[in-house]
Design a protein around this ligand. Structure first.
Ligand SMILES: [Zn+2]
Length: 146
């Protein structure tokens, strides 16, 4: 490829970036129109993005699912940082009171997980006050009991 073409491409990209910055509403409107005109492609792109986010950080995806389920159930939902909860609870499982090995990853059942003290299904909220550090196994055993 001639270097002139590469430069031209960079110029076009920069111009597009300036346009997006100057006209966020127009960009948004055209995105919405594309979504409405291409529902199948839009859903496919969402699925691709979900898969990508999941591959990058499976725990975060799990948290998003929890938060979404809580929101749909009409519970209060706060932004929860897993790391902050684990640090707060000293990396000790609040169900069995044994330490949690923070290096354990999926599919190890003793890996760290976020437990709802009062389960979402029993009216509990997805809030910092209602979650605690736990081993995944302890969390699963506890099930929907509070
Ligand atoms: Zn435990």
């Amino acid at each position: 490829m001639a270097s002139g073409t590469v430069e031209r491409k960079a110029q076009v990209r920069a111009a597009m970036a300036r346009y997006r910055l100057r006209h966020p509403d127009r960009v948004k409107a055209s995105q919405e129109k594309w979504k409405a005109d291409h529902p199948e492609e839009f859903r496919a792109s969402q699925r691709r993005n979900d898969a990508y986010q999941y591959a990058k950080a499976p725990e975060k995806s799990a948290d998003k699912k929890l938060a979404r389920a809580a929101r749909l159930a009409g519970r209060r939902v706060e932004k929860i940082s897993r790391t902050k909860i684990f640090e707060r609870d000293g990396w000790v499982c609040q169900i069995c009171m044994e330490p949690i090995d923070r290096t354990l990853k999926k599919p190890d059942l003793m890996r760290a997980s976020i437990d709802h003290i009062q389960p979402i299904s029993k009216g509990g909220h997805h809030t910092v006050d209602n979650v605690q550090a736990s081993h995944l196994l302890c969390n699963l055993r506890k099930g929907n009991r509070s």
